[in-house]
Design a protein around this ligand. Structure first.
Ligand code: 5GP
Length: 191
């Protein structure tokens, strides 16, 4: 289900860098339009509201703002997977590896076992879906915990990159509010 308001905002304030990276620093990734986040949260609540979500899971750092505002609609806590510099020896965390789309490096991300439980119903939230590595990492953490994965709410899916197709092929419900079909500097086309 796409969201006209977000598409219009991307058209107005989004900046395409080199055809691969869409900068949305004016309203989403640096300066944040919380009123817009609220509308996004309401849309995901409409889509996933019947699923009895008990936890929203996102990844550090750019998903946190959207996830927090969305959590108000679901009336549940937000967990953000933390980028960890230390190895997990004691086994008190779930951990996975995520290759960063924007930086290219691989980082270990963790969630404490006390916050993801087998009885939880988890909704994933993130700002972008590109190659799918971030989302796959979050899915891996949910699977390790034995919790139920309800689906993923994505703000901007770059549909010309393979992540969306890969993750839907696993049977995961992905609801992206804007899907970019193609883009180049000065021009963005939505699906
Ligand atoms: P993926 O793991 O799906 O390849 O990329 C998703 C992550 O990379 C997101 O969490 C987001 O932070 C970042 N990302 C991917 N593509 C873009 C983009 O076009 N613009 C911005 N600002 N971030 C992106």
């Amino acid at each position: 289900m796409y969201m006209k308001l977000l598409e219009e905002r991307i058209r107005r304030d989004g900046v395409v860098e080199d055809g691969q990276v869409l900068k949305v620093d004016r309203f989403l990734n640096h300066q944040m339009d919380v009123g817009l986040f609220e509308e996004m949260g309401k849309e995901w609540a409409r889509l996933f509201g019947a699923e009895n979500v008990t936890k929203i899971l996102t990844i550090e750092a750019s998903g946190i703002g959207i996830a927090c505002v969305t959590a108000e609609q679901f009336n549940c806590p937000v967990i953000f997977a933390k980028k960890s510099r230390t190895r997990n020896i004691a086994g008190e965390v779930y951990s996975t590896q995520v290759k960063s789309f924007t930086h290219g490096n691989v980082s270990t991300v963790i969630v404490s076992k006390q916050f993801l439980r087998p009885e939880d119903k988890v909704l994933l939230i993130d700002d972008f879906l590109a190659n799918g590595a971030a989302l796959e990492g979050l899915i891996d953490l949910v699977e390790q915990s034995g919790a139920t994965l309800v689906g993923a709410g994505i703000a901007v899916e770059k549909a010309f990159q393979p992540g969306g197709e890969r993750i839907r092929a696993k049977g995961v419900r992905v609801e992206s509010l804007a899907r970019v079909k193609r883009m180049e500097p000065g021009q963005i086309e939505f699906c």
